[in-house]
Design a protein around this ligand. Structure first.
Ligand code: FAD
Length: 432
């Protein structure tokens, strides 16, 4: 039996370097580049600023570490990626500088598993090199959490698929080289056997971006990065269907499972950053003759935050360890992924609120990163499926391990248990 919470010395040195590099070289990017497409749009000034940093990361062999060596990554697995991501999560730019940013990391996994050699050469390699962006488009204007309501359809016509319908909140579509689109290929089958994923290249005739929504009120309306798309007789070659026809959700699982864990890993970084700010502030501010840090109500906030972050972090790393162990998203892994996915907005909400609150007016202002962190919380309860749906998965999986009581009273009914226990040990009482 082996249990270890230690990181090997060699990788710890890498993590120490990543921490310094992130604080000194990457975090300043957040203060300069604030366009909605940053850091994902390859044509933006931010991409130019990232280029030398990416070169250093590649030189250090820390680029796209989640991808196997056959595709140019280091194949470090999820635990090491988790340890890296909890540092990179401090900055919006961190994952992009290290080649593990959503949604490209998940889309690369789909192409790696299901793409043709030609698709891999044209799209996967440039994506892994960080030269192009990609989009995953599943949600529709009338349906997100419940895929059974999807209506965007692809019909086979000779050696082409013809797509008709609408998609909604397709992040980064406007600057992506290609989109992976979930389409209904058999409207008569249940959706989990009747949907497929097709690759649609940018500028394919029949694909039109109606508008680009943004998250929050800070971006000029229409200038966001989440596209509302309409497909009208949009034709793509038959080989653009990835995986088997009707297996879209199995193909999607390749990216959605990992994507959710990666969000959680980065959220650990956000939480630690909020904790750092909270602790520095309470050690710096004097009220009523003592530091905020000396007040017991402050200490409770620090203690609760510390405990919640540690519990969450261990759960995230445990999930990463399970993925590395099983090398697939089996039921056990899916349960933990769903659990941390649902836990994410709640822990962020509680810790960031305390951090903001302890900063007083400064915490509400635009002069610390806290308000931006706060504004980003709600989307983590929605993106990749709402918390309710993930809690349903957790509860269903947990309940599978239990049986109903056989009789009128539960299996832990004390009088019944005592009767059996007395038969086993009662004679000791009589014998004295
Ligand atoms: C920032 C951001 C980026 C996104 N990027 C993408 C992307 O790149 N590609 C893409 O395809 N989609 C993307 N989405 C969309 C996202 O996947 C959907 O918003 C999500 O699946 C929920 O779908 P919906 O918005 O239609 O909400 P609905 O399905 O309408 O759900 C609304 C609410 O109803 C409740 N609810 C729903 N189902 C249940 C249930 N079974 N039990 C109890 N309550 C329930 C929940 O409270 C839920 O929040 C993105 C969303 C955000 C916020």
């Amino acid at each position: 039996m082996s249990w270890s919470f230690e990181t090997d010395t060699e990788f710890q040195q890498e993590l120490d370097w990543i921490e310094k590099f992130t604080r000194e070289e990457i975090e300043p990017l957040d203060l300069v580049f604030r366009e909605p497409g940053d850091p994902w749009d390859p044509a933006s000034p931010a991409a130019k600023a990232m280029a030398p940093l990416r070169a250093i990361v590649k030189e250090k062999r820390l680029w796209a570490c989640h991808i196997g060596p056959e595709l140019g990554g280091e194949g470090y697995g999820q635990v090491k990626l988790g340890l890296m991501n909890e540092i990179l999560g401090r900055s919006r730019f961190g994952p992009s500088v290290f080649g593990c940013q959503a949604p490209d990391s998940g889309n690369a996994e789909i192409l790696a598993h299901f793409g043709t050699p030609d698709q891999k050469a044209r799209f996967l390699q440039p994506l892994l090199n960080g030269e192009i962006a990609s989009c995953y488009s599943m949600t529709e204007p009338q349906a997100g959490a419940d895929p059974a309501e999807f209506t965007c359809v692809a019909t086979r016509d000779g050696d082409e698929w013809v797509i008709n319908g609408e998609k909604w909140f397709a992040s980064h579509a406007r600057f992506s080289e290609f989109l992976l689109v979930m389409v209904v290929t058999d409207p008569d089958a249940p959706i989990h056997q009747g949907a497929s994923i097709v690759l649609v290249e940018k500028d394919t005739p029949g694909m039109e971006i109606i508008r680009n929504s943004a998250v929050g009120p800070y971006v000029e309306q229409g200038d966001g990065v989440h596209a509302y798309i309409r497909f009208t007789n949009c034709r793509v070659p038959a080989e653009n269907l990835l995986g088997e026809e009707g297996q879209g959700f199995i193909v999607a699982q390749t990216r959605l499972g990992g994507g959710r864990v990666h969000h959680a890993m980065r959220s650990v970084g956000v939480l630690k950053k909020a904790m750092d700010m909270m602790c520095e502030r309470v050690l710096s501010r004097t009220t009523k003759g003592e530091l905020l840090a000396q007040k017991q109500l402050t200490q409770e906030k620090i203690a609760d935050s510390y405990t919640q972050i540690l519990q969450y972090r261990l759960h995230v790393l445990y999930t990463a360890w399970l993925i590395d162990k099983h090398k697939e998203y089996n039921r056990e892994v899916r349960k933990e992924i769903a659990a941390i996915k649902a836990a994410t907005p709640k822990v962020l909400h509680e810790v960031i609120y305390r951090a903001m609150h302890l900063h007083g007016s400064l915490g509400m202002s635009d002069e610390t990163p806290l308000m931006t962190m706060w504004a980003n919380i709600p989307e983590l309860g929605i993106v990749d499926g709402p918390s309710e749906v993930h809690k349903i998965t957790v509860a269903r999986t947990v309940l599978r391990e239990y049986q109903p009581a056989e009789g009128l009273f539960p299996s832990y009914h004390t009088p019944t248990l005592r009767e059996a226990a007395m038969k086993k040990y009662g004679h000791y009482l009589v014998e004295g």
